[in-house]
Design a protein around this ligand. Structure first.
Ligand code: PMP
Ligand code: GLN
Length: 395
């Protein structure tokens, strides 16, 4: 849907949003609502959150934590984030100046690219990639340069040559996302070392989106590129409470990095939202301290769902790719006589009573494969099982 004025007044939106329309998540969530189909589209969890966290928010609200927090975020949360990075990755960040709380990872991404890029700069991202990256690069006047992840038969791998070929004199930033949406890929130690080497060689700033950092399965290990030699000083790490605690509606995210980079992000962030979510920030400060125990339980639930979904897709003839992490499994739809994921997803509710997202929503290259569709498994087991039954019945 475009937003050009239907009344014919000649009005049109600013160039930076022209043709952007409504996101595929909104379209598909609305389709699920209208048709009553099982929604395996948008990555919106149907799973419980930690009880003490919910109670702490309610108490914080009743105790009056309802006004602006400090612009960089509630101090105890910044300390909890710094401690989390130290404990898990051995990285030291000063809670004052090197940690910034944002309105979800989404605002962090926007503030980062607006704070780091000038018009004409190039931003590299691996394709497919989360749809916010090209959008916010465009807001910054920068050009997003997609570097395809290569298929290795069952999953997706780094293509070093493609990455090297994409770097130009205008490249300013590389956006990494591990664990990765939409593929469920976890970048290996070897792949991260290659990416880090190229970034050091060309003096690129790295933005690493790690919102699924706790959601890795089957012994896969999430590593952060910021911990590699010479990388801390050039890396901004983004994460969020949304996926880790099943609270995507709270929109509490954060950025860690060296003070000069975080300062540039804070300059933008203060005029996007200034600050938000005081009671959530207070409660999350405590929850983040105990995240490991909670995440172990959540990983168990998600891994079972992933297996249920992957097996079901395979039995329905929709070949699933390996997903080592996150919320999503990719499937190849060609065995159902389809080559176009968008058409497939628009027809799937009436054909099978299920909603999914075409991977093309995450692809920027005109020559990217069009036969991939993303199914999410962050739903109740019952919903995933129901979707699987419906898909099998529709074969
Ligand atoms: N990055 C990735 C890779 C995501 O999948 C999402 C989806 N939620 C976000 C960022 C946005 O996170 P938030 O909801 O915290 O804004
Ligand atoms: N991150 C979620 C997804 O990839 C939802 C994002 C959104 O709705 N903007 O499905």
């Amino acid at each position: 849907m475009d937003t050009v004025d239907a009344a014919g007044t000649g009005w049109s939106p600013a160039g930076r949003v022209r043709g952007m329309g409504t996101s595929i998540f909104t379209e598909m969530t609305e389709l699920a609502r209208r048709t009553g189909a099982v929604n395996l589209g948008q990555g919106v969890p149907e799973l419980d959150s930690p009880g003490p966290l919910l109670r702490d928010v309610a108490e914080a609200v009743l105790a009056g934590a309802n006004q602006y927090p400090p612009a960089y975020g509630f101090p105890a949360l910044r300390e909890a984030i710094a401690s989390h990075q130290r404990r898990r990755y051995g990285l030291q960040y000063a809670p004052q100046g090197e940690v910034l709380v944002t309105t979800g990872a989404t605002e962090a991404l926007a503030a980062v690219l607006l704070g780091l890029c000038d018009p004409g700069d190039e931003v590299i991202a691996f394709d497919p990639c989360y749809d916010a990256y090209p959008a916010v690069a465009r807001f910054a006047g920068a050009r997003l340069v997609p570097v395809p992840l290569a298929e290795d038969g069952e999953g997706f791998v780094l293509d070093e040559d493609a990455l090297r070929a994409a770097v130009t004199g205008r490249t300013r930033v590389l956006v990494l996302n591990t664990p990765h949406n939409p593929t469920g890929k976890v970048f290996s130690a070897g792949e991260l070392a290659v990416v880090a080497g190229i970034c050091r060689e060309h003096d690129l700033t790295v933005v690493t989106d790690e919102v699924y950092e706790h959601l890795v399965y089957d012994g896969a290990v999430h590593r952060t590129i910021a911990a590699l030699p010479g990388m801390r000083e050039r890396t901004l790490t983004i994460s969020s409470a949304g996926k880790t605690f099943n609270v995507t509606g709270w929109k509490v995210g954060w950025v860690c990095g060296p003070a000069r980079l975080v300062g540039a992000v804070a300059s933008v962030k203060q005029f996007l939202t200034y600050a938000s979510g005081t009671p959530y920030q207070e409660a999350l400060a405590r929850a983040l301290g105990g995240v490991e125990e909670w995440a172990t339980e959540l990983r168990g639930i998600l891994r079972r769902n992933r297996d249920l979904l992957s097996d079901g897709l395979a039995r329905a003839g929709l070949r699933p790719y390996r997903a080592d992490a996150g919320y999503f499994v990719q499937a190849d739809i060609r065995a159902w006589g389809h080559a176009d994921g968008v058409r497939f997803c628009r027809e799937l509710p009436s054909r099978a009573g299920v909603v999914a997202i075409p991977t093309s929503a995450f692809q920027m290259r005109p020559d990217a494969p069009s036969y991939l569709v993303r199914f999410s498994f962050c739903r109740r087991e019952k919903s995933v099982a129901e979707a699987v039954e419906k898909l099998m019945a529709a074969v």
